[in-house]
Design a protein around this ligand. Structure first.
Ligand SMILES: Cc1cc2nc3c(=O)[nH]c(=O)nc-3n(C[C@H](O)[C@H](O)[C@H](O)COP(=O)(O)OP(=O)(O)OC[C@H]3O[C@@H](n4cnc5c(N)ncnc54)[C@H](O)[C@@H]3O)c2cc1C
Length: 491
């Protein structure tokens, strides 16, 4: 008889593992709290516009290819390489920097501020590439069973990298580049891990290698949500049932064994194994009631920042705006040091704008544009009251209008705002922290909430707050690690 696995959550981590399981002969069912699949990688359709809600590009495309091969499927979506990767503009500066993968084109952008950029960048890439290749297979793509095993793996990493472990991302970057703007632009990628270059370890400069050299960034044709639609389609064909609007609220155990999970209507769900795609730390504390993950303990952990995201339908085209754009201020260090804890930074916010309709006409009515803004903000631990959200959004729209030389205020026909409250309440994210647990030394590898449960032998975890960490490619790797755990358990 087929072994049955129940999956809690239809985020990308849950769906990818479901595909691996069903293609390997398991009987799979999924319970999802919301009315549609995707979790943070989601979609809003409103007023004739389509918006991606969270991720807007991904790196390490080969992880998807490997996943499809391992599952024996055609990848059910098409992706397109980004070139340039993104643009950056500083407040008060007319220049827009285009971040190309081509080193000569990239160096041209910095010709006036960092004349020997090419040579410095090559040196920086060499180090970033070495960090990537020396750690990805040994540390990132591994399940660890003990601290000793983890330490042993770390010892196999080339010791020349040890100093980078004790340096911040910022410190590392500033050793290579001397112009303030080049330093800011190159260190921006640390924000993609949900913290800032000042409190992210230098070792994560390996991300610069993934964006500029190794594989680059990719968009999905038709919008990022096509990934989820494609995955759900594969599962539908395999007759995997996804129960929407079904939130797991409790559990029953007998003699230290998990008997069943219970949903909001009191219905019990049982299986041979359980895979939790809900945040691995939040679920342990809130559903399994583990004292080491009680609210106070969760608050003591280091979480990523919150996001204020808003989705704007515009009744005009913006040819002067590119697909992926970062708008920075003039006080990078001060801003970055405060953005996680201090709501005061929102007076002059930094933000990112994605124009989904730029390359996907079908995502906006004719002659219109579908815009998605992301502004890093303190999570709900540091800012509970979001009654000022419209004020903050208006100030960003005003700043954006000035910087693109087009007042868009009266041309907005659709407007939706998610504060960290929406992110928390929709997806059960602790304090609305956008990327889950941060990636400091104490919260990576064996130190991150594990993908096997401490108590129930039949419970496993997948997704951003377990191994290896946040981001779409990491969710695909996480699905492989969780799948291996389930297979080991069964055999
Ligand atoms: C604003 C933003 C921008 C981002 N941009 C990028 C980007 O450009 N590129 C990139 O690679 N990554 C990006 N990320 C990160 C990426 O979105 C996440 O790392 C990834 O989507 C997490 O997937 P997951 O499967 O771990 O979790 P989730 O997407 O959170 O999925 C978990 C699922 O579990 C469900 N659930 C939770 N609790 C329960 C319960 N009790 N019962 C039933 N269901 C439950 C939730 O509703 C959800 O559907 C971004 C994130 C945010 C917030």
């Amino acid at each position: 008889m087929k072994r049955k696995v129940l999956i809690v959550g239809a985020g990308i981590g849950g769906l990818a593992t479901a595909i691996r399981l069903v293609k390997n002969g398991y009987d799979v069912e999924i319970m999802e709290k919301n009315e549609q699949a995707g979790g943070r990688l989601n979609q809003i359709k409103k007023d004739g516009f389509t918006f991606d809600t969270g991720p807007s590009f991904f790196s390490m495309s080969y992880e998807f290819e490997e996943f499809a091969k391992e599952c024996g499927i055609q990848l059910p979506f098409e992706y397109v390489e980004l070139d340039p990767l993104y643009t950056v503009n500083f407040r008060g500066d007319d220049k827009t920097y285009f971040l190309y993968k081509d080193i000569d084109k990239l160096a041209e952008q910095f010709a006036d501020i960092e004349p020997d950029f090419k040579e410095k960048f090559e040196r920086y890439m060499e180090k970033s590439g070495a960090l990537f290749h020396d750690t990805v297979d040994i540390v990132i793509k591994q399940n660890f069973d003990s601290l000793a095993g983890y330490v042993w793996a770390l010892m196999r990493v080339n010791p020349v990298h040890i100093p980078v472990l004790f340096k911040s991302f910022w410190k590392h970057v500033t050793q290579y580049f001397s112009s303030s703007k080049a330093q800011q632009i190159i260190s921006l990628v640390a924000f993609f891990l949900g913290r800032t270059p000042f409190d992210t370890m230098g070792i994560y400069s390996l991300l610069s290698y993934t964006e500029f050299r190794h594989d680059g960034y990719y968009n999905v044709k038709g919008g990022m949500y096509k990934i989820i639609e494609g995955f759900v389609d594969v599962l539908n064909k395999e007759k995997v049932k996804i129960h929407y609007n079904t939130e797991i609220k409790g559990f029953e155990e007998k003699n230290g064994t998990l008997k069943s999970l219970t949903d909001q209507n009191g219905k019990s769900w049982s299986a041979d194994s359980y895979l939790i795609n809900s945040d691995a730390a939040w679920f342990r504390g809130n559903i399994f009631k583990r004292s080491s993950y009680a609210l106070k303990k969760l608050d003591k952990m280091s979480w990523t920042m919150g996001y204020l995201t808003f989705y704007i339908g515009l009744k005009r085209k913006l040819p002067q705006v590119n697909h992926h754009n970062y708008y920075l201020g003039t006080n990078y260090k001060d801003y970055a040091e405060n953005v996680i804890k201090n709501p005061g930074t929102l007076q002059k916010p930094y933000y990112y704008v994605n124009v989904l309709s730029k390359h996907n006409n079908e995502c906006a009515p004719e002659g219109c544009e579908s815009l998605f803004f992301v502004c890093p903000v303190p999570n709900l631990y540091f800012k509970q009251d979001w009654s000022d959200k419209d004020e903050i959004v208006d100030s960003i729209l005003e700043d954006f209008s000035k910087r693109i030389g087009q007042n868009i205020k009266d041309e907005i026909v659709s407007r939706t705002i998610y504060t960290p409250e929406e992110w928390q309440n929709r997806f059960n994210l602790h304090r609305g922290s956008g990327l889950g647990l941060s990636h400091n030394m104490n919260q990576i590898g064996i130190m991150r909430p594990r993908n096997v449960d401490e108590k129930f032998k039949s419970v496993f975890y997948v997704g951003a707050s377990t191994v290896p960490g946040a981001g779409i490619p990491m969710a695909i790797i996480s699905s492989k690690l969780a799948f291996k755990r389930i297979q080991q358990h069964v055999s």
